[in-house]
Design a protein. Sequence first.
Length: 131
Amino acid sequence: FELCTAVPDDIIAGATRGDALAERTALILGDAVQDPYVSAFLSAIEFPITWEDESFEYAGVTYDDPTHAVLCTVRHPGIPGGGVTVVYGNSADAVPRAANIPMYEHSLVIFESGRPILREDFEPRHVVPVE
């Protein structure tokens, strides 16, 4: 285990440049989703959530209550077996519970006041006939 004490050149204002995000598994926290590089990257990979100043939208539903938060992981298209995870809350108080939930790969959980109100699995279901 080696501790990195230097900030890589591709880190700008707390966010990794979009081209570097394309080459790394990513954990994106809070308002980093508003960073232009991060926002462009998420749009390019068709991340299922979009953000406004104090809300987010998923599947045509806007979540604008200060108690709403989301934890979402999708496949990273540029890294086999890699993922892109976003933890975001409409307020600082909304985030802690969202960040503590065990997460399956390629899924989403939306919270209200720390309780899950929506769960989605993005993995295609496989049906195997049994004879």
